[in-house]
Design a protein around this ligand. Structure first.
Ligand code: HEM
Ligand SMILES: N[C@@H](CC(=O)c1ccccc1NC=O)C(=O)O
Length: 284
């Protein structure tokens, strides 16, 4: 038997001395990462640790989502559709993880949350700069979101930069135009600091791509990937809303909004309206 007493023998070669070598903890900066969970409730409430870690893991994944989406937009600009699609595929998996993660927070009962909610003051996810950055990269720009970040110059600068940059959808439409598709000039020259608004003239273009998928496979695949991104984003928003409803009901939010009613309205937003509108036109 290779394992005796249910104890594994350690290989001779296993490196043990890290006094002058890079280790797991030093590479990952674990002392920094693992000292960042500091409950503010007094006396400390047991469940605040869950609340903090749920948010921090979300922010870590959002960092990667942003990294990948910004690169995907740059790849589209460089006409490298394959690399862009690879990045979007990774983002879709992260989104699924983030959406599923709500089930961990759903174990927090309203009674438990109410015992430390008061300590959160006016802090709120509404102030998540990375979440807002992802919305901006996907094309849901809103300059009115910026004042919240005035006390955080780095976050403010990042959002200013993204507000002024073309979204992933702008870049995709630019890519299609360069591939010879008939993209209206008004779309290519739009003010990219504003939210993309439904443009009916784009629907015939997508209808053409969908009805001639074999001849336009790259564009067709990219359209469906963008639809997946939007779907996944909305599923995250929906689970956030349901979690809010089950923990604080109809209470106003710590960030000053009406709460659930405010979040509900985000479910009516859309990043790529023409990609959904084209569905109505398929097969007729
Ligand atoms: C018990 C758990 C939670 C409750 C009760 C809750 C509640 C709320 C409420 C009421 C708002 C509206 C803004 C306000 O007035 O505060 C909000 C916004 C937001 N929350 Fe949460 N939240 C929870 C967990 C989370 C988690 C885990 C995240 C992940 C980072 C998150 C991210 C956000 C974001 C990004 C917004 C802005 C949404 C938008 O602008 O549409 N929330 N939340
Ligand atoms: N807005 C929440 C508080 C909250 O969930 C929260 C507080 C601090 C940091 C992040 C949060 N998450 C999402 O809004 C509430 O009204 O209870």
């Amino acid at each position: 038997m290779s394992v005796e007493k249910n104890t594994r023998k350690l290989d001779k070669g296993i490196v043990r001395d890290f006094s002058s070598r890079m280790s797991y903890a030093s590479y990952l900066q674990l002392p920094t990462l693992l000292s960042a969970q500091q409950p503010v409730s007094e006396p400390e409430h047991h469940d605040e640790m869950l609340f903090i870690i749920q948010h921090q893991t979300t922010e870590l994944w959002l960092k990667l989502v942003l990294h990948e989406l910004r690169s995907a937009a740059a790849w589209l600009r460089a006409d490298d559709l394959g690399s862009a699609l690879k990045g979007i595929a990774r983002v879709k998996h992260i989104q699924k993880t983030l959406t599923e993660q709500w089930s961990v927070l759903a174990t927090l009962t309203p009674t438990e949350y109410s015992q430390f909610r008061g300590f959160l003051g006016n802090s709120s996810g509404f102030q998540s700069s990375q979440y807002r950055a992802v919305e901006f990269v996907l094309g849901n720009k809103n300059r009115k979101m910026l004042p919240v970040f005035e006390s955080d110059p780095e976050a403010h600068a990042m959002l200013e930069e993204l507000l002024a940059a073309p979204s992933i959808y702008d870049e995709f439409l630019g890519y299609l135009a360069r591939q010879g598709f008939d993209v209206p000039a008004s779309v290519l020259q739009r003010d990219v600091t504003r939210a993309h608004e439904y443009t009916p003239e784009l629907v015939p273009l997508f209808k053409h791509i969908y009805e001639n998928a074999a001849a336009n496979w790259g564009a067709y695949e990219a359209c469906e990937e963008l639809v997946d991104l939007e779907d996944n984003f909305q599923l995250w928003r929906f689970r956030h809303l349901r979690t809010v409803q089950r923990t604080i009901g109809m209470k106003a939010g710590t960030g000053g909004s009406s709460g659930a009613a405010f979040l509900q309205k985000a479910l009516e937003l859309t990043f790529f309206p023409e990609l959904f509108a084209v569905r109505t036109e398929i097969g007729q």
